[in-house]
Design a protein around this ligand. Structure first.
Ligand code: SF4
Length: 336
Protein backbone atom coordinates (compact mmCIF):
# COMPACT_ATOMS: atom_id res chain seq x y z
CA UNK A 1 0.00 0.00 0.00
CA UNK A 2 3.02 2.31 -0.01
CA UNK A 3 1.86 4.08 -3.14
CA UNK A 4 -1.66 4.41 -1.64
CA UNK A 5 -0.27 6.83 0.98
CA UNK A 6 1.67 8.74 -1.65
CA UNK A 7 -1.32 9.00 -3.96
CA UNK A 8 -3.74 10.05 -1.28
CA UNK A 9 -1.29 12.48 0.34
CA UNK A 10 -0.52 14.16 -2.97
CA UNK A 11 -4.19 14.39 -3.90
CA UNK A 12 -5.00 15.97 -0.52
CA UNK A 13 -2.23 18.56 -0.74
CA UNK A 14 -3.46 19.69 -4.16
CA UNK A 15 -7.21 19.45 -3.68
CA UNK A 16 -8.31 19.95 -0.09
CA UNK A 17 -10.76 22.70 0.73
CA UNK A 18 -9.44 25.66 2.69
CA UNK A 19 -11.53 25.76 5.87
CA UNK A 20 -10.94 28.08 8.82
CA UNK A 21 -10.23 25.25 11.31
CA UNK A 22 -7.80 23.42 9.02
CA UNK A 23 -4.16 23.96 9.84
CA UNK A 24 -4.76 24.88 13.47
CA UNK A 25 -3.33 22.68 16.21
CA UNK A 26 -5.42 24.33 18.90
CA UNK A 27 -7.45 21.43 20.39
CA UNK A 28 -10.18 23.77 21.65
CA UNK A 29 -10.78 25.15 18.13
CA UNK A 30 -10.68 21.65 16.64
CA UNK A 31 -13.15 20.40 19.25
CA UNK A 32 -15.50 23.33 18.52
CA UNK A 33 -15.32 22.73 14.77
CA UNK A 34 -15.95 18.99 15.12
CA UNK A 35 -18.99 19.41 17.37
CA UNK A 36 -20.45 22.21 15.24
CA UNK A 37 -19.95 20.29 11.99
CA UNK A 38 -21.81 17.17 13.18
CA UNK A 39 -25.02 16.87 11.11
CA UNK A 40 -24.35 20.32 9.61
CA UNK A 41 -23.50 21.53 6.12
CA UNK A 42 -20.04 23.10 5.83
CA UNK A 43 -21.32 26.51 4.64
CA UNK A 44 -23.71 26.80 7.57
CA UNK A 45 -21.28 25.34 10.13
CA UNK A 46 -18.45 27.69 9.09
CA UNK A 47 -20.44 30.78 10.12
CA UNK A 48 -21.22 29.26 13.51
CA UNK A 49 -17.59 28.22 14.00
CA UNK A 50 -16.40 31.78 13.28
CA UNK A 51 -19.06 33.18 15.61
CA UNK A 52 -18.04 30.82 18.43
CA UNK A 53 -14.30 31.46 18.20
CA UNK A 54 -14.83 35.22 18.17
CA UNK A 55 -17.41 35.17 21.01
CA UNK A 56 -15.53 32.58 23.08
CA UNK A 57 -11.86 32.78 21.95
CA UNK A 58 -10.71 30.50 24.78
CA UNK A 59 -12.21 27.57 26.61
CA UNK A 60 -12.34 29.78 29.71
CA UNK A 61 -14.60 32.21 27.85
CA UNK A 62 -16.95 29.40 26.90
CA UNK A 63 -16.97 28.00 30.46
CA UNK A 64 -17.76 31.45 31.92
CA UNK A 65 -20.72 32.06 29.58
CA UNK A 66 -24.26 31.27 30.72
CA UNK A 67 -26.03 28.28 29.16
CA UNK A 68 -28.65 30.60 27.72
CA UNK A 69 -25.96 32.68 26.03
CA UNK A 70 -24.42 29.55 24.49
CA UNK A 71 -27.83 28.29 23.34
CA UNK A 72 -28.62 31.69 21.82
CA UNK A 73 -25.42 31.59 19.80
CA UNK A 74 -26.24 28.03 18.75
CA UNK A 75 -29.74 28.96 17.62
CA UNK A 76 -30.53 27.66 14.14
CA UNK A 77 -28.02 24.80 14.24
CA UNK A 78 -30.38 22.30 15.88
CA UNK A 79 -29.45 19.30 18.04
CA UNK A 80 -29.05 21.55 21.06
CA UNK A 81 -27.64 18.80 23.26
CA UNK A 82 -24.37 19.42 21.38
CA UNK A 83 -24.28 23.02 22.68
CA UNK A 84 -25.13 21.91 26.22
CA UNK A 85 -22.40 19.27 26.15
CA UNK A 86 -19.87 21.79 24.82
CA UNK A 87 -20.68 24.14 27.65
CA UNK A 88 -20.63 21.37 30.27
CA UNK A 89 -17.27 20.04 29.03
CA UNK A 90 -15.73 23.52 28.87
CA UNK A 91 -16.61 24.00 32.55
CA UNK A 92 -15.20 20.55 33.33
CA UNK A 93 -11.86 21.34 31.60
CA UNK A 94 -11.58 24.71 33.34
CA UNK A 95 -12.65 23.55 36.82
CA UNK A 96 -11.29 19.99 36.95
CA UNK A 97 -8.33 20.04 34.55
CA UNK A 98 -6.97 23.45 35.37
CA UNK A 99 -8.04 24.77 31.96
CA UNK A 100 -5.72 22.38 30.13
CA UNK A 101 -7.41 20.57 27.25
CA UNK A 102 -6.80 16.78 27.51
CA UNK A 103 -4.13 15.65 25.05
CA UNK A 104 -4.67 11.91 24.55
CA UNK A 105 -7.51 9.95 22.92
CA UNK A 106 -8.17 8.16 26.23
CA UNK A 107 -8.67 11.43 28.08
CA UNK A 108 -10.46 13.32 25.29
CA UNK A 109 -13.14 10.66 24.97
CA UNK A 110 -14.12 11.25 28.60
CA UNK A 111 -15.52 14.68 27.66
CA UNK A 112 -19.30 14.75 27.53
CA UNK A 113 -20.62 14.63 23.97
CA UNK A 114 -17.35 13.30 22.54
CA UNK A 115 -17.51 9.87 20.88
CA UNK A 116 -14.87 7.74 19.19
CA UNK A 117 -14.94 9.74 15.97
CA UNK A 118 -14.50 13.17 17.59
CA UNK A 119 -11.87 11.93 20.07
CA UNK A 120 -9.82 10.44 17.23
CA UNK A 121 -10.15 13.63 15.20
CA UNK A 122 -8.96 15.89 18.04
CA UNK A 123 -6.18 13.51 19.16
CA UNK A 124 -4.81 13.09 15.64
CA UNK A 125 -5.29 16.65 14.29
CA UNK A 126 -4.07 18.48 17.42
CA UNK A 127 -1.62 15.99 18.96
CA UNK A 128 -0.71 13.75 16.02
CA UNK A 129 -1.78 10.64 17.93
CA UNK A 130 -2.10 7.59 15.73
CA UNK A 131 -5.85 6.93 15.89
CA UNK A 132 -7.98 6.57 12.81
CA UNK A 133 -11.05 8.70 12.24
CA UNK A 134 -14.02 6.87 10.75
CA UNK A 135 -16.88 9.18 9.80
CA UNK A 136 -19.63 8.55 7.23
CA UNK A 137 -17.32 9.59 4.39
CA UNK A 138 -14.56 7.22 5.50
CA UNK A 139 -17.04 4.34 5.89
CA UNK A 140 -18.17 4.83 2.31
CA UNK A 141 -14.64 5.19 0.95
CA UNK A 142 -13.32 2.10 2.78
CA UNK A 143 -16.35 -0.05 1.96
CA UNK A 144 -15.77 0.59 -1.75
CA UNK A 145 -12.00 0.48 -1.71
CA UNK A 146 -12.03 -3.00 -0.11
CA UNK A 147 -15.47 -4.02 -1.43
CA UNK A 148 -16.75 -4.84 2.04
CA UNK A 149 -20.27 -6.26 2.42
CA UNK A 150 -20.49 -5.87 6.23
CA UNK A 151 -23.24 -3.39 7.16
CA UNK A 152 -21.61 -0.20 8.41
CA UNK A 153 -24.36 0.35 11.01
CA UNK A 154 -23.88 -3.06 12.67
CA UNK A 155 -21.70 -3.69 15.73
CA UNK A 156 -19.57 -6.03 13.64
CA UNK A 157 -19.27 -3.42 10.88
CA UNK A 158 -18.19 -0.69 13.26
CA UNK A 159 -15.46 -2.92 14.68
CA UNK A 160 -14.32 -4.14 11.29
CA UNK A 161 -14.10 -0.70 9.71
CA UNK A 162 -12.35 0.82 12.73
CA UNK A 163 -9.80 -2.01 12.72
CA UNK A 164 -9.18 -1.60 9.02
CA UNK A 165 -8.78 2.18 9.33
CA UNK A 166 -6.40 1.70 12.29
CA UNK A 167 -4.28 -0.71 10.25
CA UNK A 168 -4.27 1.64 7.32
CA UNK A 169 -3.30 4.81 9.16
CA UNK A 170 -0.08 6.41 8.11
CA UNK A 171 2.60 6.56 10.81
CA UNK A 172 4.40 9.82 10.02
CA UNK A 173 1.44 12.18 9.91
CA UNK A 174 -1.77 10.53 11.11
CA UNK A 175 -3.62 13.86 11.36
CA UNK A 176 -3.12 14.69 7.68
CA UNK A 177 -3.82 11.07 6.70
CA UNK A 178 -7.19 11.20 8.51
CA UNK A 179 -8.11 14.47 6.87
CA UNK A 180 -7.14 13.10 3.46
CA UNK A 181 -9.35 10.00 3.97
CA UNK A 182 -12.30 12.16 5.03
CA UNK A 183 -11.82 14.62 2.19
CA UNK A 184 -11.58 11.79 -0.34
CA UNK A 185 -14.87 10.35 0.90
CA UNK A 186 -16.48 13.76 0.81
CA UNK A 187 -15.24 15.07 -2.57
CA UNK A 188 -14.37 12.03 -4.70
CA UNK A 189 -15.84 8.84 -3.25
CA UNK A 190 -19.09 10.72 -2.61
CA UNK A 191 -22.53 9.00 -2.75
CA UNK A 192 -22.24 9.59 -6.51
CA UNK A 193 -18.53 8.84 -6.86
CA UNK A 194 -16.25 10.59 -9.29
CA UNK A 195 -14.14 7.53 -10.14
CA UNK A 196 -12.49 9.19 -13.14
CA UNK A 197 -10.81 11.69 -10.84
CA UNK A 198 -10.00 9.14 -8.14
CA UNK A 199 -6.27 8.92 -7.40
CA UNK A 200 -6.55 5.39 -5.98
CA UNK A 201 -8.81 3.76 -8.53
CA UNK A 202 -6.16 1.10 -9.29
CA UNK A 203 -6.64 -0.12 -5.69
CA UNK A 204 -10.45 -0.05 -5.72
CA UNK A 205 -12.01 -3.51 -5.47
CA UNK A 206 -15.58 -2.26 -5.89
CA UNK A 207 -14.64 -0.64 -9.18
CA UNK A 208 -13.06 -3.92 -10.27
CA UNK A 209 -16.01 -6.03 -9.08
CA UNK A 210 -18.76 -3.68 -10.29
CA UNK A 211 -20.28 -3.27 -6.81
CA UNK A 212 -19.92 0.48 -6.26
CA UNK A 213 -23.69 1.07 -6.19
CA UNK A 214 -24.11 -1.60 -3.49
CA UNK A 215 -21.52 -0.07 -1.16
CA UNK A 216 -21.72 0.81 1.64
CA UNK A 217 -24.25 -1.72 2.97
CA UNK A 218 -26.68 -0.59 5.68
CA UNK A 219 -28.82 -2.99 7.70
CA UNK A 220 -31.32 -0.79 9.48
CA UNK A 221 -33.79 1.73 8.27
CA UNK A 222 -34.32 4.56 10.74
CA UNK A 223 -37.86 4.46 12.13
CA UNK A 224 -39.42 7.88 11.81
CA UNK A 225 -42.13 8.95 14.22
CA UNK A 226 -44.75 11.54 13.17
CA UNK A 227 -45.68 14.16 15.77
CA UNK A 228 -48.33 16.90 15.62
CA UNK A 229 -47.73 20.17 17.45
CA UNK A 230 -50.19 23.01 17.96
CA UNK A 231 -48.48 26.20 19.09
CA UNK A 232 -50.69 28.90 20.61
CA UNK A 233 -49.52 32.43 19.82
CA UNK A 234 -51.36 34.76 22.17
CA UNK A 235 -51.34 38.48 21.28
CA UNK A 236 -52.49 41.08 23.80
CA UNK A 237 -51.17 44.63 24.34
CA UNK A 238 -48.14 43.88 22.07
CA UNK A 239 -47.34 40.97 24.35
CA UNK A 240 -47.29 37.22 24.10
CA UNK A 241 -46.45 34.30 26.37
CA UNK A 242 -43.81 31.64 26.09
CA UNK A 243 -42.79 28.64 28.17
CA UNK A 244 -39.49 26.89 28.79
CA UNK A 245 -39.18 23.25 27.70
CA UNK A 246 -37.88 21.44 30.72
CA UNK A 247 -38.35 17.83 29.57
CA UNK A 248 -35.29 15.97 28.33
CA UNK A 249 -34.78 16.04 24.58
CA UNK A 250 -33.20 18.06 21.84
CA UNK A 251 -35.09 21.23 22.77
CA UNK A 252 -34.50 21.09 26.51
CA UNK A 253 -34.19 24.59 28.10
CA UNK A 254 -35.35 26.31 24.93
CA UNK A 255 -38.45 28.52 24.80
CA UNK A 256 -41.62 28.00 22.82
CA UNK A 257 -45.19 29.20 22.53
CA UNK A 258 -47.60 27.16 24.68
CA UNK A 259 -47.90 23.79 23.01
CA UNK A 260 -50.56 21.13 22.72
CA UNK A 261 -49.47 17.87 21.14
CA UNK A 262 -52.11 15.71 19.44
CA UNK A 263 -52.42 12.59 17.33
CA UNK A 264 -53.08 14.54 14.12
CA UNK A 265 -52.91 18.03 12.57
CA UNK A 266 -56.61 18.48 13.28
CA UNK A 267 -57.12 21.41 15.66
CA UNK A 268 -58.34 20.26 19.09
CA UNK A 269 -61.87 21.42 19.93
CA UNK A 270 -60.60 22.99 23.16
CA UNK A 271 -58.74 25.70 21.26
CA UNK A 272 -60.92 25.96 18.17
CA UNK A 273 -63.23 28.59 19.67
CA UNK A 274 -60.39 30.93 20.60
CA UNK A 275 -58.57 31.00 17.27
CA UNK A 276 -58.70 34.07 15.06
CA UNK A 277 -56.78 32.42 12.23
CA UNK A 278 -54.12 29.81 11.90
CA UNK A 279 -51.14 29.59 9.61
CA UNK A 280 -50.28 26.74 7.34
CA UNK A 281 -48.68 23.62 8.73
CA UNK A 282 -44.89 23.66 9.05
CA UNK A 283 -42.99 20.46 8.60
CA UNK A 284 -39.73 19.84 10.39
CA UNK A 285 -37.67 16.71 9.81
CA UNK A 286 -35.32 15.41 12.47
CA UNK A 287 -33.39 12.15 12.29
CA UNK A 288 -36.09 10.13 14.13
CA UNK A 289 -39.07 12.43 14.00
CA UNK A 290 -41.21 14.28 11.51
CA UNK A 291 -42.91 17.20 13.19
CA UNK A 292 -46.02 18.82 11.76
CA UNK A 293 -46.67 22.12 13.50
CA UNK A 294 -49.65 24.45 13.24
CA UNK A 295 -49.29 27.96 14.65
CA UNK A 296 -52.61 29.26 16.00
CA UNK A 297 -53.05 33.01 16.57
CA UNK A 298 -55.25 33.96 19.48
CA UNK A 299 -55.97 37.67 19.94
CA UNK A 300 -56.67 37.68 23.63
CA UNK A 301 -55.02 37.14 26.96
CA UNK A 302 -54.27 33.53 27.80
CA UNK A 303 -56.62 31.70 30.08
CA UNK A 304 -53.80 29.61 31.51
CA UNK A 305 -51.42 30.93 34.15
CA UNK A 306 -48.64 29.67 36.35
CA UNK A 307 -44.91 29.99 36.89
CA UNK A 308 -44.21 28.03 33.68
CA UNK A 309 -45.51 30.89 31.55
CA UNK A 310 -43.44 33.98 30.86
CA UNK A 311 -45.11 37.13 29.54
CA UNK A 312 -42.87 39.07 27.17
CA UNK A 313 -43.09 41.91 24.69
CA UNK A 314 -43.57 40.31 21.31
CA UNK A 315 -40.30 41.69 19.86
CA UNK A 316 -38.29 40.28 22.78
CA UNK A 317 -38.83 36.75 21.56
CA UNK A 318 -35.56 36.77 19.58
CA UNK A 319 -33.66 37.18 22.87
CA UNK A 320 -34.65 33.63 23.84
CA UNK A 321 -33.21 30.36 22.48
CA UNK A 322 -35.93 28.94 20.24
CA UNK A 323 -36.31 25.59 18.47
CA UNK A 324 -35.54 25.90 14.77
CA UNK A 325 -39.16 25.23 13.80
CA UNK A 326 -40.34 28.33 15.71
CA UNK A 327 -37.43 30.41 14.52
CA UNK A 328 -38.25 29.51 10.92
CA UNK A 329 -41.91 30.29 11.42
CA UNK A 330 -41.09 33.75 12.84
CA UNK A 331 -38.74 34.45 9.92
CA UNK A 332 -41.49 33.57 7.44
CA UNK A 333 -44.03 35.64 9.34
CA UNK A 334 -41.71 38.67 9.32
CA UNK A 335 -41.28 38.33 5.53
CA UNK A 336 -45.00 38.25 4.81
S1 SF4 B 1 -12.61 4.31 -7.77
FE1 SF4 B 1 -14.57 5.23 -7.39
S2 SF4 B 1 -15.59 3.91 -5.91
FE2 SF4 B 1 -13.42 3.37 -5.91
S3 SF4 B 1 -12.55 4.55 -4.25
FE3 SF4 B 1 -12.28 5.74 -6.10
S4 SF4 B 1 -14.09 7.07 -6.20
FE4 SF4 B 1 -14.53 5.45 -4.71
Amino acid sequence: MADFYLLIGKWYRLNHRILPWRGTKNPYFIWLSEIIMQQTRIEQGTNYYLKFISTYPTIQDLANASEQDVLNNWQGLGYYSRARNLHFSAKYVVNELDGKFPCTYKEIIKLKGVGTYTAAAIASFAFNERCAVVDGNVYRFLSRLFDLPTPIDSTQGKKEFQLLADQLIEKADPGIHNQAMMEMGSLICAPNPNCEQCPVQVHCLSLKNGTIKERPVKSKKTKVRDRYFHYLIYSFEEKTIITKRTEKGIWQNMYQFPLIETESTETPKSILAEIQFSSSVQKHILSHQRIFAVFHHIHSEPTMSGSDYVTINREEIQDYPLPRIIDRYLEEEANQ
